[in-house]
Design a protein around this ligand. Structure first.
Ligand SMILES: [Zn+2]
Length: 473
């Protein structure tokens, strides 16, 4: 779960029931309610009392007490008669049913694999499809376990990155992702074939390898989804770690952001059902048009494929240091936090019947949105050797209108302000061809804020210049 406000309704029901039964020691219901709502109970430091008090009050406020105790409860509450202290049959029945449910759940959830089994199964894909899938180790966890990155499809295709189990207790995400990868590798459906040909799908099945299936936090007790650089420490994110990127697991994923030219990034969770764009650490959605338009395509595709959809929910302004904000700000990718299912650990057939088809649909959408354009027919270029100042000016105008796929919305303004900054610094007024050359070299070394990825910035600019020269010069 990525969002702190989601309730576990199951637990919310079972706790009051258990308390209601233990409280049968108090001789009458009237006395019980009176006690729970009394100043002594208000001051009682014991947590069970506080919960029971809230429960008792909510029972009365919602009229549910009549359901449990019958109409006579009003007279009891008014002090006109005493309540029989016997446990009402209805409560016993509900309690028994609720007590059995978790056993059924546990039974049905035994298809979940261990960490080692998951990795073994991914490596088996490699053995079976050596031309389609490979891996690298992107880092080691606190307890020195390898963190894997599997790379699927065409290495020169449009890149998407999907990671799972950043929260170790949300390992249904890993199981879901496994089946999506299986679909990409094996399906004869046209969208799967197209992904294999035109995309490079990067997958980290388990980030929190030390506490897989056990805990939200890593072996240092850190919430990895609060440990990234972007907005770290905003909203006092609990368990965010001693400093940004203090954990080896977040460092490993961060290295993927910086190494690969990722167009779309999906960060998977369970505990809720929704798709959320950045920002988490502040208000608003950057490049909202792209994030929303891609969601709309996903929604339409879901209807075409007759698959249920996740809602699009802007969940901003509540946590710093999250993966989705980091993927956008330092990875230069469009990002979604994807909450796959309300329950953290659903029954396995829910994974295969519901979560997998949904994630496949989303994967198709972002893969198609990341596809590289087909390379244009190379026109015979009449190559003059030097660009004139006029050429540079034409290129500059073109560049401002043709941002890279991951650009920020104010691309043109950002570039122009870099130029003005350089002119002011060097006291230049009229740009000669030579000035342009010098400025161009300077610009490659000085990416504008908030782009941090200097390794990628210069190649991107150079690629733009080459493209312009080939097509328009
Ligand atoms: Zn989570």
């Amino acid at each position: 779960m990525d969002h702190p406000r989601t309730n576990n309704s199951f637990r919310a029901m079972i706790i009051p029931l258990v308390i209601s039964i233990t409280l049968q020691k108090i001789p009458s219901f009237h006395a019980k309610l009176t006690f729970l709502l009394s100043p002594q109970a208000q001051n009682s430091p014991k947590m069970p009392n506080q919960i029971a008090r809230v429960w008792a009050r909510s029972l009365i406020e919602t009229n549910c007490h009549k359901y449990y105790y019958g109409e006579s409860i009003d007279r009891v509450l008014a002090g006109e008669s005493e309540m029989n202290s016997r446990i009402p049959v209805k409560i016993v029945l509900v309690f028994v049913v609720l007590a059995i449910l978790p056993i059924v759940e546990v039974e049905a959830a035994t298809d979940y694999r261990t960490r080692d089994q998951v990795i073994t199964d991914f490596l088996a894909f490699e053995a079976a499809y050596p031309n389609l899938i490979a891996h690298e180790i992107i880092g080691e966890s606190v307890e020195e376990q390898d963190i894997y990155l599997f790379k699927i499809g065409n290495a020169s295709g449009g890149i998407i990155f999907v990671d799972a189990s950043i929260h170790g207790n949300e390992h249904a995400t890993t199981e879901t992702l496994y089946h999506v990868v299986e679909w990409i590798l094996t399906s004869e459906e046209e969208p799967a074939q197209r992904i294999r040909q035109r995309n490079y799908v990067l997958v980290t099945p388990i980030i929190n390898v030390d506490r897989y299936g056990i805990s939200r936090y890593n072996a240092h007790g850190v919430d990895l989804n609060r440990n990234y650089e972007t907005g770290w420490g905003e909203f006092n994110g609990a368990n965010r770690g001693p400093s940004p990127l203090s954990e080896p697991e977040t460092q490993a994923v961060h290295s993927v952001f910086l190494t690969y030219n990722i167009t779309w990034y999906l960060n998977l969770h369970t505990g809720d059902k929704r798709i959320s764009p950045p920002w988490a650490y502040q208000n608003g959605v950057p490049e909202e048009a792209v994030h929303k338009a891609t969601y709309d395509k996903y929604h339409a595709l879901s209807q075409e494929r007759d698959v249920k959809t996740f809602p699009y929910v802007i969940a901003s302004n509540y946590a710093g240091g999250t993966a989705r904000d980091e993927g956008y700000a330092s990875g230069g990718a469009y990002t979604y936090c994807v909450e796959l299912n309300g329950e953290l650990k659903p029954r396995y057939r829910r994974i295969t019947n519901d979560m997998v088809p949904k994630l496949i649909t989303l994967t198709i959408t972002v893969c198609q949105a990341s596809e590289k354009e087909q390379p244009p027919e190379p026109p015979p270029p009449p190559p003059p050797t030097e660009m004139t100042a006029e050429d540079w000016q034409r290129f500059w105008t073109w560049l401002k209108q043709n941002p890279p796929g991951w650009q920020k919305t104010d691309w043109a303004e950002t570039l122009e302000s870099q130029l003005q900054h350089w002119k002011a610094q060097t006291g230049t007024t009229e740009m000669t061809a030579q000035d342009w050359e010098v400025f161009w070299e300077w610009l490659k070394q000085n990416p504008p804020s908030p782009i941090k990825n200097t390794n990628r910035w210069a190649p991107v600019l150079q690629e733009k210049l080459e493209k312009w020269k080939t097509e328009y010069w």
